[in-house]
Design a protein around this ligand. Structure first.
Ligand code: ADP
Length: 216
C-alpha cells in the first residue's frame, strides 16, 4: 500500500505511522525524521533544513522533494510506503503525483488525522523524543516513560525538540493551515481522503486508522 498521513503538528502522525507501518509491513518515511537525521549527522542538507525548522517554516521544496524521492526509491519501499509529513504543500503533492505516475504507481489512501488546536499545543508542549530513534515518542503527562528521561524501548536519552517551543508551534500551526490543509482538498478530489479523529488512546486511533484503510 502507498499511504499519505496528514494532520497538524502534534496530531500524532509519527506515533501512528510507526504502528501502522509495522502492521502493514511497509517503511515509515518521515521527512521530519530524515531532516533530523541529517541535522544530527551535520550534513549540508541538515544545516540548511535546521534554520527553517527552528523558525517553524517549511524547508524549501527543492531540498525536500529530492530527499523524499530518493527515500521512496530505496529497495525496502518497492512494495509500498507510509509517508508522514510529505507532501506538505500543493507543489510537493504535484511532485509526488508526477513521481508516482512516472513509476506507474498510485496512492491507495490519504489518512487525515483531526485534532482540536488546544490539544495540539498541549501534546507538543509535553512531547519528548528519543535521541537514538525518533519514532520512540513519549509525553511528559500522557505517555510517561518508566524511567524519567529514558526511552522505554532502547534507553536512549529523551529530549524536547527545539521547534516544539510554544512560539514555534503557533507558527507551525499557521503554516499548516495555509500551506498543508489545501492538499486535503487536492486529494479529496481524487477520492482518496478519510478523516479520522486523533483523540483518545494511541491504540484506539491506530484501530480507527486500520479500519479506514480496510485492514481491521
Ligand atoms: P510535525 O508534524 O510535528 O510538525 P515533523 O517532524 O513532520 O513534525 O516536521 C518538523 C519540521 O520539519 C517542519 O516544521 C518543517 O520545518 C520540516 N519539514 C518536515 N517535512 C517537511 C516537508 N515535507 N516540507 C518542508 N518542510 C518539512
Amino acid at each position: 500500500m502507498r499511504i499519505v498521513l496528514v494532520g497538524p503538528p502534534g496530531a500524532g502522525k509519527g506515533t501512528q505511522a510507526a504502528y501502522l507501518a509495522e502492521n502493514l509491513s511497509i517503511p515509515h518515511i518521515s521527512t521530519g525524521d530524515l531532516f533530523r537525521a541529517n541535522i544530527s549527522q551535520g550534513t549540508p542538507l541538515g544545516r540548511q533544513a535546521k534554520e527553517y525548522m527552528n523558525a517553524g517554516r517549511l524547508v524549501p521544496d527543492e531540498v525536500t522533494i529530492g530527499m523524499a524521492e530518493d527515500r521512496m526509491q530505496q529497495e525496502d519501499a518497492r512494495e509500498g510506503f507510509l509517508l508522514d509529513g510529505f507532501p506538505r504543500n500543493i507543489g510537493q503533492a504535484e511532485a509526488l503525483d508526477a513521481f508516482l505516475r512516472s513509476h506507474d504507481l498510485k496512492l491507495d489512501a490519504v489518512l487525515d488525522l483531526e485534532v482540536p488546536e488546544e490539544e495540539v499545543v498541549r501534546r507538543i508542549a509535553g512531547r519528548r523524543i528519543c535521541r537514538k530513534d525518533s519514532s520512540h515518542v513519549f509525553h511528559a503527562e500522557y505517555q510517561r516513560p518508566k524511567t524519567e528521561g529514558r526511552c522505554d524501548e532502547c534507553e536512549g536519552e529523551l529530549y524536547q525538540r527545539e521547534d516544539d517551543s510554544e512560539e514555534t508551534v503557533r507558527k507551525r500551526l499557521a503554516v499548516y493551515h495555509s500551506e498543508t490543509e489545501p492538499i486535503i482538498d487536492y486529494y479529496r478530489e481524487q477520492g482518496l481522503v478519510t478523516t479520522i479523529s486523533a483523540l483518545g488512546a494511541v491504540t484506539e486511533v491506530t484501530e480507527r486508522a486500520m479500519t479506514a484503510l480496510g485492514r481491521d
